[in-house]
Ligand binder design. Structure first.
Ligand code: SF4
Length: 426
C-alpha cells in the first residue's frame, strides 16, 4: 500500500460504496465581521482546545458506522479554520483518515482561509495533510470596503498570503467576494473584480450582501433605517450583475452555480454534492447533514456541545467494555448516531425530496437537472409531478428544456428565488 507524506495508508479495497462529503465546522474568528450571522466568534485558547477535544470525540464516535461510505470531499469551514493552531487541523485529519474510508483518487480537501491568519508553516502543514484546495475570504480589494465590513485584513495582506500559497504549490484556489456593499458603485465593483481576475484564481464565489438580523449591519442598513440609502439600488445591482457575467466570460470562467464561477475542471466538488443531493455529514458545532433521506444538524450551544461530546466519549468506553457476544439492536450507521449532540432530525418525505431535487439542482445553472435521474430516484415522470409548473416557466422563458436536461435561462437566473419557489409542493 502506498503512503502519502504524513503516513496515511491508502485504501485499496474496491467495493460498491456510497459517496460522502464531510464538512468540519471551526466556529472561531479573530473578531466578528459587521454583516455576519454565521455560527462563529472570538474565543480564547482554552475554549478552542476544549472544542477540538470535543470534535475529536465526535469523529471517533463514528467508529464502525462508516463502512458503507467513501469520502470524496472534505470541507473545513467556519468561522476561520486558518485562525487556529494548525496542529488541531492535523489531529482532525488524522482521525478522519482513521475512522472514515477515503477515496484513493484525489479527494478534494478544502480549507477556508482568512487573510492575515496564515503563515508559511501553516500552509506547509496543510499541504502535507492533503489539503489541496484553499478558499480565501477576501470580499473586496478596496480597503475602505474591508474596513466597513469589519474584516481583519487589508487587500495587501491578502496578496501576500495568496502569493505565498501559490509559491508553496497550491493549484486550486477560490476567492470569495461580496457585492452590493454600502457605498459600492459599479466602477468600484469592476475594479475589485478585475484585480481578482488578474490573479487568475481557479474559482471565484460572488455573493450579494444580505442584511441579516442581529448584526450591526441590520441596525444600520435594514429597511427604514437611517443608512439604508447607502446600499446600492436595484439599478446598480443589475449593472453589477451583468458586468460580472461579462467579465467572467471574458476570462473563461463558467458560471456553474448561481453565485459560483470556475475555470473548467475546478468547480467545487464539495458544494456540487450539496446541490445534487449526495450524502454529506457535518461534524462540529451547528453543522448540518443529509444522510440517506434524513436531514439533521448539531446543537448550536458551544458549552453544551463540548459537554455532550464528553458523554459520547463515556458511551463509547462503555460500549467497548460490552461482552464480545453481545449484538447491537440495529446495524450501526451514521444516520442513527449520535443523538446526544443533535439539535434537530427529520426524515424527508418524498415530496420534500422532490422539491429539493428541483430547487437545489436548478441552482447548477449550466447543467440543471436530469429528467431521467428524477425518474430513477422517485419512480415518477417529472411531468406528472411538475408538468404545469414546467410548462408555465418554460413558456415565460425562465427555464429551458434540452434533451434530458432542464435548466434556468439567463432571465430565470436573474429572478431565481421566485422561479425556484414554484417547485414547492405542499
Ligand atoms: S470571518 Fe467569516 S465567519 Fe468570521 S465573522 Fe467574518 S464573515 Fe463571519
Amino acid at each position: 500500500m502506498e503512503e502519502n507524506k504524513i503516513g496515511f495508508a491508502k485504501d485499496d479495497r474496491n467495493m460498491e460504496l456510497q459517496d460522502l462529503g464531510l464538512y468540519i465546522h471551526v466556529p472561531f474568528c479573530a473578531r466578528k465581521c459587521h454583516y455576519c450571522d454565521f455560527l462563529s466568534g472570538p474565543a480564547n485558547e482554552t475554549t478552542i482546545q476544549k472544542y477540538f477535544h470535543a470534535l475529536y470525540k465526535e469523529i471517533e464516535s463514528y467508529q464502525g458506522k462508516t463502512e458503507d461510505y467513501l469520502v470524496k470531499t472534505v470541507f473545513f469551514g467556519g468561522g476561520t479554520p486558518s485562525l487556529v493552531n494548525a496542529s488541531y487541523i492535523k489531529e482532525v485529519m488524522l482521525r478522519l483518515r482513521e475512522y472514515f474510508r477515503f477515496d484513493q483518487d484525489n479527494p478534494e480537501i478544502t480549507l477556508e482561509i482568512n487573510p492575515g491568519t496564515i503563515t508559511r508553516d501553516k500552509l506547509l502543514l496543510y499541504r502535507d495533510l492533503g489539503i489541496n484546495r484553499l478558499s480565501f475570504g477576501l470580499q473586496s480589494t478596496n480597503n475602505q470596503d474591508l474596513k466597513l465590513l469589519g474584516r481583519i485584513h487589508s487587500f495587501e495582506e491578502f496578496l501576500e498570503n495568496y502569493q505565498l500559497a501559490r509559491e508553496l504549490g497550491f493549484k486550486n484556489i477560490n476567492i470569495d467576494l461580496i457585492s452590493a456593499i454600502p457605498g459600492q458603485t459599479l466602477e468600484s465593483w469592476e475594479k475589485t473584480l478585475e484585480e481578482v481576475l488578474g490573479l487568475n484564481p481557479e474559482h471565484i464565489s460572488a455573493y450579494s450582501l444580505i442584511i441579516e438580523e442581529n448584526t450591526p449591519f441590520y441596525d444600520l442598513y435594514s429597511p427604514g433605517s437611517p443608512n439604508e440609502k447607502e446600499l446600492p439600488g436595484e439599478d446598480i445591482d443589475r449593472q453589477i450583475y451583468s458586468k460580472t457575467k461579462e467579465l467572467m466570460q471574458e476570462h473563461s470562467y463558467q458560471r456553474y452555480e448561481i453565485s459560483n464561477y470556475a475555470k473548467a475542471g475546478y468547480e467545487c466538488r464539495h458544494n456540487i454534492s450539496y446541490w445534487t443531493g449526495k450524502d454529506y455529514l457535518g461534524l462540529g458545532l451547528g453543522s448540518a447533514s443529509l444522510i440517506n433521506g434524513a436531514r439533521f444538524s448539531n446543537m448550536h450551544d458551544l458549552a453544551q456541545y463540548i459537554e455532550n461530546c464528553a458523554k459520547l466519549e463515556k458511551e463509547q468506553n462503555q460500549k467497548s467494555n460490552l461482552s464480545q457476544g453481545e449484538k447491537p439492536l440495529q446495524k450501526p450507521s451514521i444516520k442513527n448516531h449520535p443523538i446526544q449532540i443533535r439539535r434537530d432530525y427529520i426524515e424527508l418525505t418524498k415530496n420534500q425530496q422532490m422539491e429539493e431535487f428541483m430547487f437545489l439542482g436548478l441552482r447548477m445553472c449550466h447543467l440543471g437537472i436530469s429528467k431521467q435521474k428524477f425518474q430513477e430516484q422517485f419512480q415518477l415522470d417529472i411531468h406528472e409531478v411538475y408538468g404545469n409548473v414546467l410548462h408555465k416557466l418554460i413558456s415565460n422563458y425562465l427555464l429551458e428544456e434540452e434533451g434530458d436536461r432542464i435548466r434556468l435561462t439567463d432571465y430565470g437566473i436573474d429572478i431565481s428565488n421566485g422561479v425556484l419557489a414554484e417547485f414547492l409542493l405542499d
